[in-house]
Every structure is written in C-alpha cells, then in structure tokens.
Write a protein that binds this ligand. Structure first.
Ligand code: SF4
Length: 408
C-alpha cells in the first residue's frame, strides 16, 4: 500500500496534478450536450442516465427526455407512466422512477429548485453521494468529490491502492486525497476531468499511459504495475433463473400486469410469469413441466381467475414452449421461455375504461389505452399499441414474436 501521508502532504505534486489534469481536459474533453449547460436539473438527468449506460447511448435519450420534461416542474407533474415510456429502452427503470419521485420532492419541499449544497441534495429521492457531488460541483462550483467507477479506477492507479476499491475505507482514503487535490477554481471541471480520463485514457483493460497527462504523478505507473489496479472484491455469482412467461391473447389484444413497486423492474408492465430455479447453466434447453404443473404455475402468475377453465383446456392440447431468450440484469440472468395462450371466444366483455387508471396515465397516449383496461394493475392492450407501453426490454423477443407481420 502506498504511504498516504507522503502523498497527501506533497503540495507540489498536488498542485501539478490538478494543473496537468485540467490542462488536458480543456483541450481533449469530448463535446457532450450536458457539458454545454449549467442547469442543475439537466446535469442531474445526464448523471442519472450515464449510470450503467454508455455515453453514445445516452445522448439521444437525454435530448428526448429534456425536450419532453425540460424542467423539474414538467417532470414532477407528468405521470409515472409517461416518464417510463420516454425512458423506455434505456433500462434500469428504477432510475427514472426515483428521479420522478425526486422531482415531486423538489416541487413540494424546495419550490421546484435544486439545492446547491451536497447535504441538501442527498435528501432528494434518487440522488446519492455520487450524483450529489456531481451536481454540486459541476452546476454550483462547490468543492465536493464525485466518485464514480471511472474515478475509482483512476485513483486506485494514481495512488497504487492495494485494497478493494468498493469499501468504505477505500472511499475515505480517496476522498482525503481529493479534498487536497481538488482546486478552488473549476472544482466541477476537475471532477469531470477525472471521469473523462478514466473513460478515454485510463481505461479498464488498456490504460494508455503513454498519452496520459498524469504519468509523472502516477504511483502505479512509477511502480510499473498499473494492471494490478483497481483491486476488486470477489463478486457473488449472478443467479440464473428460468422465467416461464404466459402470453394471453384475445381479440387482437394481449394481457399485461403491473409489477410490484419494489424490486426488479418495479412498477413496469409485464407479461405475467413465474421464476423457476434453473440447474442447467447457460444452455438453451427448455424446462420440462407437466400440463398440471404448468396450470398451477399459471395460477401463481395470474391472480385473476376468469380464464382458468379456458387456460386448462389449452394446456391439455399440449402447447409448445417457445424460446429461450436470455436477459441479464446486474444480479440475475433470466432464461425467458413463453407460451402463447390464444383465447378466441369472448369470455365476458372487455371493460370500457377505468378512470383511476386514466388519471395515472395522464394525457399521454390515453387514446390508445382507453377501452382496454380491466383494473389499475391489469390491462388488455392492442398489439398495435404494445410499442407505446413501458414494457421491459427483456420482453422484446416476445413482442417481436407477437407483432411480426402486423401492418405498421
Ligand atoms: S499513468 Fe497510466 S495508470 Fe496512471 S493515471 Fe495515467 S493512464 Fe492511468
């Protein structure tokens, strides 16, 4: 481990690190839309979108999101449904839901304005330590650290830090150094420069030390050991499960349910289904389930009992399972298999509309959705309107399977 006091007290080195880094950033930084604004709300949106997502993917989403929700008021007064729809395709939907909750908080508690202090920002739902540091330093010029994955990697190499970087102790160690290194002038640029260096030069697998502005102050480089860093904790293995999915079709519509407000894919619509434990590693074999078992699983997945008799009959006809397709979340991998249950006879009229649902949808796409609802958390949706609904990307293959051949 590097001797922290030696590094911390080296004033010349500290001074030169910020100077070198900022000079590099000024000439080499990428022109990105969120770097052309000082609006804390826009910076918030960009920082949330950039979590877990690449810059080039984020740019069109950022522009579309700000066009539709240009400020905190527009975001806080929109329906969650609409926010999720605009977010659709970017993944990790809980980010959008938390930001929407944050906008509500700011409207209720802060007069619709973003606070500039780090501690006050931390009270906003959806704003954690990193985002608070980024907004506070970039939009308000506060001298606060913003440590994301890129910055962790750069710091671990600069300091030749030989402990796992994710621990509280490591964060304290890095923050102690940043407190000394971060300049009074341009503290936000300093944070962004560290992130940019991690994204462009000090990359995970191929750090390009030859073109790095910090070689003369980099301990890892001096030791010739940059590949040893960052040290990471051993990760828990990603859980693999089979997701057996039931696609109910009826009169050109499909049945969707809303997921619970907590946990994976919270609040999103889905084709109902159940998770089965999965023993076969990453092979593509389909689960072997008897008709009776399948029916019981259907009853677990769909609380509504209206279709039971019909569905049991369908299973007796030996419907084939389709798939699988794989979808990977941060801690879980779904092997998605599905069965299409076609309900050709009208069982009972499809209810015309439910006002509470319409209120929750707001003005957006109400025309397409009305006359299709059976309750707040269940709906029948026309196949033509499926693309308008914030369905998780995990179900893309099923949607394509259903809509393939539909006229535009
Ligand atoms: S010298 Fe190499 S290891 Fe050190 S910060 Fe630069 S790119 Fe990273």
């Amino acid at each position: 481990m590097a001797a922290s006091n030696d590094i911390l007290t080296d004033i010349t080195r500290n001074y030169s690190l910020a100077t070198l880094l900022l000079a590099w950033y000024t000439t080499e930084k990428r022109e990105l839309p969120w770097r052309e604004t000082g609006d804390p709300y826009a910076i918030w949106v960009s920082e949330v979108m950039l979590q877990q997502t690449q810059v080039k993917t984020v740019i069109p989403y950022y522009e579309r999101f700000l066009q539709r929700f240009p400020d905190i008021k527009q975001l806080g007064t929109a329906s969650l449904e609409e926010v999720l729809t605009v977010w659709r395709g970017l993944g990790y939907y809980s980010r959008a839901r938390r930001m929407w909750e944050g906008a509500h908080y700011l409207l209720d508690q802060r007069g619709g304005k973003m606070p500039k202090d780090y501690e006050a920002l931390l009270l906003v739902p959806g704003i954690g330590k990193y985002t608070a540091g980024a907004i506070s330093s970039i939009a308000f010029g506060q001298r606060v650290a913003a440590i994301d994955g890129n910055v962790l990697r750069v710091l671990s190499r600069l300091l030749a830090w030989s402990e796992p970087v994710e621990t509280a102790r490591s964060h304290r160690y890095f923050k102690d150094h940043l407190r000394v290194w971060q300049p009074v002038l341009r503290p936000g640029d300093f944070n962004q420069a560290l992130m940019e260096l991690g994204a462009l030069v000090c990359t995970p697998t191929k750090p390009n030390c030859e073109s790095c502005p910090l070689t003369q102050v980099c301990e890892g480089y001096r030791q010739g050991d940059v590949y040893l860093y960052p040290v990471k904790k051993l990760k828990a293995k990603r859980q693999v499960v089979t997701r057996l999915t039931f696609v109910l079709c009826r009169e050109g519509r499909v049945y969707l349910q809303r997921r619970p407000s907590q946990g994976l894919l919270a609040d999103l619509w889905e084709f109902p289904g159940v998770e089965l434990s999965h023993e076969g590693g990453l092979n593509d074999s389909l689960p072997v389930v008897t008709d009776d078992e399948r029916f019981k699983l259907f009853q677990m997945a769909v609380p509504e009992r209206t279709f039971d008799g019909w569905v049991r009959e369908q299973f007796k006809q030996g419907l084939a399972l389709q798939g699988p397709v794989w979808y990977t979340f941060s801690h879980r991998r779904w092997k998605i298999c599905w069965v299409i249950l076609d309900l050709p006879e009208p069982l009972e009229p499809i209810p015309s509309s439910v006002s509470s649902f319409r209120e929750s949808v707001g003005e957006y796409r109400v025309d397409a959705w009305q006359d299709q609802l059976t309750g707040d958390n269940r709906c029948w949706v026309s196949l033509h309107d499926l693309s308008e609904i914030p369905l998780p990307v995990a179900f893309k293959a099923i949607v394509e399977d259903l809509t393939d051949g539909l006229s535009p």
